[in-house]
Design a binder for this molecule. Structure first.
Ligand code: NCD
Length: 366
């Protein structure tokens, strides 16, 4: 069977990654497993440099020229606020005009055009497709199909069903870098031997079974030996076996826990998530008791003074608004970091990240 016709998830991960990369560089951005430590470090530095360059008018003008000759399509047929807007802002930072389709009822799909053909159509008008789609595997399948077309453009996954959300995971890692290394100079220099995550405990809390952000971030964290992961969720919503097996393969210490107040005192970062009840079959998650899985104000005294409180948002009751103005609340920073990280990623895909690096070093001292 032609590789484009095969279900890519049945292939070994190395093979899947090879089909998505070109010359050892990201081409399609679909899976968190495409990112190794060197690439994560590189993209965090590019994100850091981009935000500094963009701060000055001349720098913003320079960034604006980088991709002004390219066009992006934001094909988001599943609801989104942050991912959509931050990708849109990232395109603007790089001067790349973009357009969007957010509702397939306004496209020729109403006339019976398949989603596959829709993506093929988009590939003729644009230079990159950034996609959010409700089905697991669709983005990867389409990336492999685009590979067989005469005009093949990169496809970036902005959330694929319950499966993966690699660009969110990259902004989460970038946020953790900024928390674990508050010195800008150190983050720019970023010694490859220095593992900022060594000895850190990170807890994931909530719906870990159906939360794609947690899955992708867990994949990235295998690049940091010495990190310790706690998965804190009710039995019904615990992280799935495939992720646990992956962590074991990489020798990453991890434990399943069933009570947040009991473990919160050990954590350097806590990653809260909402119940993904849109995936319920018949409202079954409504009856789950979440009281032991919420960051409430009554446990504040147990929190470490430099704990990073994270959430991909949107939130429900699992994260008390009480923490909103606490300096440990990093969920606001996550959003802004997402814009810079997505700009860095797009710059990398189009091979203009080197120009950002050169510009930075010719204008700034460190
Ligand atoms: C997340 C998503 O869409 O997976 N949101 C986001 O991208 N910031 C998390 C969620 O919807 O719970």
């Amino acid at each position: 069977m032609d590789v484009a016709e095969e279900d890519p998830t049945n292939l070994p991960t190395k093979r899947r990654v090879r089909l998505l990369n070109r010359d050892d560089r990201l081409f399609h951005v679909i899976l968190a497993q495409q990112f190794d430590r060197e690439l994560i470090d590189h993209l965090c530095r590019i994100a850091e440099m981009t935000r500094i360059i963009a701060d000055a008018r001349a720098g913003a003008r320079f960034l604006n020229t980088l991709l002004s000759h390219k066009r992006a399509m934001l094909y988001f047929i599943q609801p989104s606020t942050r991912t959509f807007l931050s990708f849109s802002a990232a395109c603007q930072v790089l001067g790349m005009p973009h357009n969007d389709v957010r509702d397939s009822s306004t496209s020729s799909e109403v006339k019976g055009e398949t989603e596959e053909d829709t993506v093929r159509v988009l590939s003729q008008y644009f230079d990159v497709i950034i996609m959010r789609h409700p089905s697991e595997g669709f983005a990867e399948t389409m990336a492999n199909k685009l590979n067989t077309m005469r005009r093949c453009i990169p496809l970036i996954n902005g959330g694929s069903g319950k499966d993966q959300h690699p660009t969110q995971a990259m902004l989460d890692i970038y946020t953790l870098y900024r928390c674990f290394s508050p010195s800008l100079a150190e983050r720019i220099r970023l010694d490859p031997e220095r593992n900022l995550f060594d000895g850190k405990t990170i807890a994931f809390v909530g719906d870990l079974k159906r939360g794609r952000t947690v899955r992708s971030l867990a994949y990235l964290l295998t690049r940091y030996p010495g990190v310790r992961l706690l998965f804190v969720a009710p039995e019904e919503l615990q992280i799935s076996e495939d992720i646990l097996a992956h962590l074991s393969r990489y020798d990453i210490e991890h434990e399943l826990k069933f009570d947040l107040p009991e473990v919160i005192g050990e954590c350097d970062a806590v990653y809260m998530t909402r119940v993904q009840d849109e995936h319920d079959k018949a409202g079954e998650s409504g009856s789950i008791d979440l009281s032991r899985f919420s960051l409430t104000r009554d446990i504040e005294s147990r929190l470490k003074p430099d704990l990073a409180i994270m959430h991909p948002l949107p939130r429900r009751t699992e994260l008390d608004t009480y923490y909103d103005s606490d300096p440990r609340a990093k969920y606001w920073d996550q959003m802004r970091n997402g814009m810079w990280m997505r700009a860095a990623l797009i710059a990398h895909v189009f091979n203009v990240d080197g120009a950002i690096l050169d510009h930075y070093f010719s204008h700034y001292n460190y």
